[in-house]
Design a protein around this ligand. Structure first.
Ligand SMILES: [Zn+2]
Length: 210
């Protein structure tokens, strides 16, 4: 298995590449920027991109998705509840003072319960609204791995003061969907270091209220 996570773009969004050398297939999660670099990694590993998965439609996570699709032909999957955010790309670029990336509607919605990923490394979509209305986490149960987007961070949670954010809802999503996962589940967050469900259950100050 090939599993690489590296920060891309000015906000250092963690982009994850998961590949299966046996089948030669790969998925990329959150190609926010630096598409040339992501594409080069795929080529170097000799992997064919099967899916582009986007945890939510903030510019730092979705910004490079269409370019990666144009380079590889892989479909883009994003939860439909984030379509309003996708249409606000000009505004989002304005917040950061960067050029508006070209975007397009997703090929398929990452609806709750959908199975995505690779044959040997499937993931289940967990719809976890709160950071945005279409935020999802991807649970690779056989790998004991959760790709959490901006819903859960090491010692923190996603901000809810941007368009579509809801502070009560994100806490609800984390308790009802994420903290039910086994303690040993490794969590790759949208920004910053990796953590585990157990560590966040024990010590995340935002999750102590219940
Ligand atoms: Zn975000």
């Amino acid at each position: 298995m090939i599993l690489e996570t590296f920060p891309v773009g000015p906000l250092a969004c963690n982009c994850t590449l998961l590949g299966d050398p046996e089948t030669g297939e790969a998925i990329v999660i959150d190609p926010g920027d630096e598409v040339g670099r992501i594409h080069r990694r795929l080529t170097e590993h000799g992997l064919k991109l099967k899916q582009i998965l986007v945890t939510h439609a903030h510019i730092d996570h979705v910004g490079g998705a269409l370019r990666l699709k144009q380079l590889t032909g892989a479909p883009i999957l994003l939860n439909e509840n984030d379509l309003p955010l996708l249409k606000m790309m000009d505004q989002q670029a304005g917040w950061l003072g960067i050029e508006t990336p070209e975007t397009a509607p997703p090929d398929e919605s990452l609806v709750d319960g959908l199975l995505v990923g690779l044959k040997h490394y499937p993931a289940q979509v967990l719809h976890t609204p709160g950071h945005t209305q279409g935020s999802v986490c991807l649970h690779f149960a056989p790998l004991k791995l959760l790709v959490a987007g901006d819903t859960l961070f090491a010692g923190s949670i996603g901000r809810t003061d941007l368009a579509g954010g809801d502070g009560e809802q994100i806490i609800d999503s984390i308790h009802s969907r994420l903290l039910r996962l086994p303690d040993e589940t490794r969590v790759l967050s949208g920004h910053g270091p990796a953590t585990t469900i157990g560590a966040e259950r024990r010590s995340n100050p935002f999750l102590r209220t219940r």
